[in-house]
Design a protein around this ligand. Structure first.
Ligand code: FAD
Length: 416
C-alpha cells in the first residue's frame, strides 16, 4: 500500500525532508505532497547582506517547486487548518488532503501587529526590518541615503530566527559606515530583551566584548512595548526609552497562523509542541515537526533544521514500519556570525554543550568563537551548499547531524 505523506511548508525543512524521503522511498511506497502558499524560496541568510548592497533579493530567491525532486507533488495554496482527528489538511478554497503521516514545516512568521505602533506611522520610513525581502530592500535604500544619526537595532522578543543575525547586522553596519567614512557621525545601539549580547554565557561575553570594541552601545533587558516611529522612540514595558533616527527591528515571531486554527496542534504562540529528541508532535503519533515550527529548545536556524532532517526522516520510516522511534536529535546548531571587514566567527553547540572556542568539525578545521577570513569565505560558500547539497537532501561531508565534540575546548568562563 502507498503511504501518503503531506508536508506543510516548502521552505528549508519541508524541501529537504521531501527530497530525503523521495530518495529513500519509491513512488509505489510513498506519495509525497508539499504544500506552500507561495512559490518563492528565499535563502534567508542572504537577507542580512541586502541592506548593505552586498546581495540583491533576486540573487537569493528561486522557485520552490524547482527545488523538489521529480515525483513530489507541489500544491501552491495556503493551508487553512489541520484536522488531526480525521487526518485531513484543509486548504484555502475548500479542498482537503488526507494523510497517513503529516510533517509540519511551516516555519515561523513575523507578527508585526503584536507590538504597539510598530506597523504604524514611520514603518518602512524610519522603522525597518531586514527579516523580509521587501524590508531588506527598503532598508538598503534608507541606509544609502543616511548621513549619520542614531541607528538602533532592536530585538522585540525571543525566540527569533537566527538569534545572531541582529548582532551581525550591528557589526556590518559598523563596517559599512566606516567604509563610507561617516562612522563617527553614526551612533549605533543594540537593544535586546536578553541580559547580555546573546543567550549562551561564553558566546555572550565574546560578542558583548566585540560590540564594545566597535563602539556599539548595548542596552539589555529592554522589553519593547511600543515603537513610536514618528517620534523616533522605543518604549519598554517598564517605561525606559531609547531614541532613534532609524530603527532596525526584529519583530515578535510566532508559528504559522493556521496552527492556531488547528485544534490541539499548537501552543499559545502557534509553535508546535514537539519531542525534542524524536521530533514527533505531542499532538499525535503520525505528526512530525521540523525547523522553526517546533517548540524544541534549539535555535531557530537553517542549520538546526538541516540537522533535524536526518532524525525526522528516519522516524517517519520507523513510524510507518511500526518500529520504535530514535531519539536522534541532540539540539545541534551551528551559525556563522559575519563580523564585517571580510571576517566571520563560527559557533557550534547543542542542548548540552554551549558554544566554546576551538575548531570545527575536529581539532583541525574552522576556528570557533574567533573572527577569521576562513569563516567568512565558508559563510559565503554556504549559499551554494544550501541550494545544491542541503535542499536536495544530500549528506554533506564533514557537516554531520550530531554535534562533534573533538576540537572543542571545555571552557566555563568568558576567557579563551
Ligand atoms: C535574516 C535571516 C538570517 C538568517 N540567517 C541564518 C543563518 O545564517 N544560518 C542559519 O542556519 N539560519 C539562518 N536563518 C534562519 C533560517 O532561514 C530558518 O531557520 C530556516 O529557513 C527554517 O526553515 P523552516 O523550513 O522551518 O521554515 P521556512 O524555510 O521559513 O519555511 C516555512 C514555509 O512554510 C510556508 N507556510 C507558512 N504558513 C503557511 C500556510 N498557511 N500555508 C502554506 N504555506 C505556509 C512558508 O511560505 C514557508 O515557505 C536566517 C533567517 C533570517 C530571517
Amino acid at each position: 500500500m502507498t503511504s501518503r505523506v503531506v508536508i506543510l511548508g516548502g521552505g528549508t525543512g519541508g524541501t529537504l525532508v521531501a527530497n530525503r524521503l523521495r530518495r529513500r522511498f519509491s513512488d509505489e511506497q510513498m506519495a509525497i505532497t508539499v504544500v506552500d502558499q507561495d512559490d518563492r524560496h528565499v535563502y534567508q541568510p542572504g537577507l542580512l547582506f541586502v541592506p548593505f548592497g552586498l546581495a540583491h533579493v533576486e540573487d537569493i530567491v528561486r522557485p520552490r517547486s524547482r527545488q523538489l525532486h521529480r515525483g513530489i507533488d507541489f500544491v501552491h495554496r495556503p493551508i487553512e487548518w489541520v484536522d488531526i482527528a480525521t487526518q485531513q489538511v484543509h486548504l484555502d478554497g475548500g479542498d482537503t488532503l488526507g494523510y497517513d503521516v503529516l510533517v509540519v514545516a511551516s516555519g515561523a512568521s513575523l507578527v508585526v501587529e503584536e507590538t504597539e505602533g510598530l506597523a504604524g506611522p514611520g514603518w518602512m520610513d524610519k522603522v525597518f526590518t531586514f527579516y523580509t525581502p521587501e524590508g531588506a530592500a527598503a532598508l538598503e535604500a534608507a541606509l544609502a541615503t543616511s548621513d549619520g544619526g542614531r541607528l538602533v537595532v532592536n530585538v522585540i522578543d525571543m525566540p527569533i530566527k537566527c538569534p545572531v543575525a541582529p548582532l551581525e547586522f550591528c557589526f556590518l553596519a559598523d563596517w559599512y559606515f566606516h567604509q563610507r567614512g561617516i562612522r563617527d557621525r553614526v551612533q549605533l545601539t543594540y537593544v535586546t530583551p536578553l541580559d547580555g549580547a546573546f543567550t549562551k554565557p561564553v558566546a555572550s561575553a565574546h560578542l558583548g566584548g566585540m560590540l564594545a570594541e566597535r563602539g556599539i552601545e548595548l542596552v539589555t533587558e529592554f522589553n519593547t512595548g511600543q515603537v513610536d516611529g514618528q517620534g523616533g522612540r522605543l518604549v519598554s514595558y517598564d517605561d525606559r526609552e531609547v531614541a532613534f533616527d532609524l530603527a532596525v527591528v526584529v519583530p515578535l515571531h510566532g508559528g504559522a497562523a493556521y496552527v492556531g486554527r488547528s485544534p490541539g496542534l499548537g501552543d499559545e504562540l502557534n509553535f508546535v509542541p514537539t519531542d525534542e529528541r524524536t521530533l514527533q508532535a505531542k499532538a499525535a503519533p503520525n505528526v512530525f515537526v521540523i525547523g522553526d515550527a517546533t517548540n524544541v529548545p534549539a535555535s531557530k536556524a537553517g542549520s538546526v533544521t538541516h540537522f533535524e532532517g536526518e532524525t525526522l526522516v528516519e522516524n517517519v520510516a520507523r513510524h510507518l514500519g511500526g518500529e520504535p522511534l530514535v531519539e536522534g536529535f541532540d539540539g545541534h546548531a551551528n551559525c556563522f556570525i559575519e563580523t564585517g571587514y571580510h571576517k566571520a566567527m563560527l559557533i557550534d553547540f547543542n542542548y548540552d554543550q554551549e558554544p566554546v572556542p576551538g575548531h570545527y568539525p575536529g581539532s583541525v578545521g574552522l576556528p570557533l568563537l574567533r573572527q577569521s577570513r576562513l569563516n567568512h569565505l565558508a559563510k559565503l560558500l554556504f549559499q551554494s551548499v544550501y541550494w545544491h547539497g542541503l535542499l536536495p537532501g544530500r549528506d554533506i561531508p564533514a557537516i554531520g547531524a550530531a554535534m562533534p565534540t573533538a576540537g572543542k575546548q571545555q571552557v566555563t568562563t568568558g576567557e579563551e
